[in-house]
Design a binder for this molecule. Structure first.
Ligand SMILES: C[S@@+](CC[C@H](N)C(=O)[O-])C[C@H]1O[C@@H](n2cnc3c(N)ncnc32)[C@H](O)[C@@H]1O
Length: 203
């Protein structure tokens, strides 16, 4: 998927999911499992492919110390506006999820969130991303990945299966799989997203 073009023409329907309770509720419930037993601040969180920082801002409001990374400058411009409007403090980095160390995101992340980036990468990029996440995540970290089911969808992300996730994160174990409900989104119905949240812990 050409995200540079998508942001240039104002096509970013994924941002609307923050207003879709079944999706937002499930994602935030998964995040809440990492907060149980802790008080804010909860620690460092990394939002991969943060886009306009919809979820990064949400995490920051909850009490996470957030870094968001994205490869598209226009998305990051929108993110900066959102961060300013929300009045939260978070760090935005221009870079690639396959080169987290090179991009200088830092390390020690207790929570790593990806809503919609991994499932659009090719196989080599997925393995690179998994390796980089392993390098920057804390020993007890949790990763939450939101993936379409694998299917050809023209220019849209091809999706990822459980096996694809396991291949890219060999040192991690999938501990939860939840339905990521994007209905009644018309695009989701047309392209049969069949979306899932995968929650991973280091094995
Ligand atoms: C479907 S959008 C989701 C954005 C955001 N996570 C959200 O839910 O609103 C995927 C995002 O991943 C970014 N992205 C795609 N490939 C990337 C890469 N290799 N490195 C960094 N960001 C990437 C895109 O620019 C885009 O903002």
């Amino acid at each position: 998927m050409n995200y540079r073009l998508a942001y240039a023409i104002g096509f970013h329907p994924w941002e609307d999911l923050a207003e879709h309770p079944p999706f937002a509720g499930t994602l935030l419930d998964l995040v809440a499992r990492e907060e149980d037993g802790y008080g804010p601040p909860y620690g460092r969180a990394l939002d991969l492919g943060t886009g306009s920082a919809v979820w990064a801002v949400e995490l920051a409001k909850r009490g996470w110390e957030v870094t968001g990374i994205d490869a598209v400058e226009k998305a990051l411009r929108r993110a900066r506006e959102r961060v300013e409007q929300a009045g939260v403090d978070l760090r935005l980095v221009h870079g690639d999820v396959t080169g987290l160390r090179e991009a200088g995101v830092g390390s020690g992340f207790r929570l790593v969130v990806d809503t919609g980036t991994f499932h659009g990468l090719d196989d080599a990029q997925r393995v690179a991303m998994g390796g980089q996440v392993s390098a920057v995540a804390a020993p007890d970290a949790t990763v939450i990945l939101d993936c379409f089911a694998p299917r050809r969808r023209g220019p849209l992300p091809r999706g990822a299966s459980r096996a694809d996730v396991e291949r890219a994160f060999p040192g991690w174990e999938i501990i939860d799989v939840e339905v990521a409900d994007t209905e009644p989104d018309a695009l989701a119905r047309l392209f049969r997203f069949d979306e899932r949240f995968y929650r991973l812990r280091r094995g």
